[in-house]
Design a binder for this molecule. Structure first.
Ligand SMILES: O=C(O)CCC(=O)C(=O)O
Ligand SMILES: [Mn+2]
Length: 218
């Protein structure tokens, strides 16, 4: 964190105002927008190195087939106080925001036009590490809020499949990109980060989320 050049982390008005690519990837039942080069390559390298070194990464634990599994992928849950989160049967308590995470959050909020109070960070060391099919539809998530997914490091294929129909699509998530998933995407679609045999660089993904704080969940 020490010696970081703050100018590297402030997305310039041009970067925020003029997204390089913006598409609705889904044919129906949701809206997913992809924006490349939100962070320039210098910012990406500095942010990747600093997030890798400064975040308290832990191997993920989740319940699968009735067993507690420890993944090779590493994760961290960051958020406002009171933003605990349960997924795959494991409750996470939030780590505090760092200045760099707050800056990335600010960029994600400007693009999503929504505020976020929490972030799930994933560190994939190689192509053997991915994430299986799921929707981000946990009870804690604010209904109808978007999810903003920010990627740094090696490019990886991200896929969608419809829950009720034979429809699917995929996109490569590039270094410095932001993917926005708007409601009702999580209701109708699952997504996954595909494992690959290709040699890929390590990757850090941050999904910014709006969750209802504990006292609000009924
Ligand atoms: O790493 C990614 O791009 C996806 C991560 C994801 O789907 C999640 O954290 O829920
Ligand atoms: Mn997800």
């Amino acid at each position: 964190m020490i010696g970081m050049r703050t100018d590297l982390f402030e997305p310039t008005p041009t970067e925020l105002d003029l997204p390089k690519v913006a598409l609705n990837l889904l044919p129906k039942d949701g809206s997913v927008t992809y924006i490349s080069n939100v962070f320039d390559s210098n910012s990406c390298s500095t942010l990747f190195a600093s997030l890798r070194a400064s975040v308290n990464w832990q191997q993920d634990q989740l319940f699968m087939f009735g067993k507690l599994i420890t993944t090779k992928r590493e994760v961290a849950w960051v958020g406002d106080a009171g933003c605990s989160y349960t997924y795959s049967g494991v409750k996470k308590f939030p780590l505090a925001w760092t200045p760099e995470l707050l800056r990335i959050k600010q960029a994600a909020e400007a693009l999503a036009n929504h505020t976020f109070n929490s972030c799930l960070l994933n560190l994939y060391h190689d192509g053997d590490q991915g994430m299986g099919w799921h929707s981000d539809d946990e009870i804690e998530l604010e209904q109808n809020a978007p999810i903003a997914s920010v990627s740094f490091g090696g490019e990886r294929k991200f896929s969608f499949k419809h829950k009720f129909e034979k429809l699917g699509t995929s996109i490569v998530l590039e270094n410095g990109s932001v993917l926005l998933m708007h409601a009702p995407t999580q209701h109708f679609w699952q997504h996954s980060l595909t494992k690959t045999k290709r040699s890929v660089l390590p990757r850090i993904n941050l999904t910014f989320r709006a969750i209802r704080q504990e006292q609000q969940i009924t």
